[in-house]
Design a protein. Structure first.
Length: 130
């Protein structure tokens, strides 16, 4: 009986506690594209409910970009998505989003600047229980 319980834990419960390999590692959400360096950090591990995300935008030399308009788009496969805009005066763009279900979410960050082509970076995350 004890062996059955241990086997159940090892084969059933423990693997379900780990994230699949294709989800983003939230310690290293960093993208470089052209002259942009975008770093995304949550206040906590993404979870069901309200989440605060912070995007830091700099140029390739590390200087903060303060004239951009950042829009966070978030959606789950098969569901209608939502978006929230974020403005800054110091290169840090912050937004609070409500992830209404646990599971795989796509978070896209759209960067718009005057006179420069709009770009979008996409991240796949898993919103688990709090």
């Amino acid at each position: 009986m004890r062996f059955s319980i241990v086997l159940f834990l090892l084969l059933g419960v423990l693997p379900s506690c780990t994230l699949p390999q294709h989800y983003e590692d939230f310690n290293v959400l960093h993208r470089e594209r052209g002259d942009y360096v975008l770093t995304l950090a949550p206040s906590t591990r993404p979870h069901l409910g309200k989440n605060r995300f912070r995007a830091t935008l700099t140029d390739s030399t590390g200087k903060a970009i303060t004239d951009a308009r950042i829009t966070f788009h978030y959606s789950m496969h098969g569901m209608r998505g939502a978006e929230k805009g974020a403005l800054t005066d110091d290169g840090v763009y912050e937004v609070e989003v409500d992830l209404v279900m646990g599971g795989e979410w796509t978070i896209s960050i759209e960067i718009e600047r005057p006179g420069i082509e709009k770009i979008r970076e996409k991240f796949i995350i898993d919103a688990g229980p709090y």
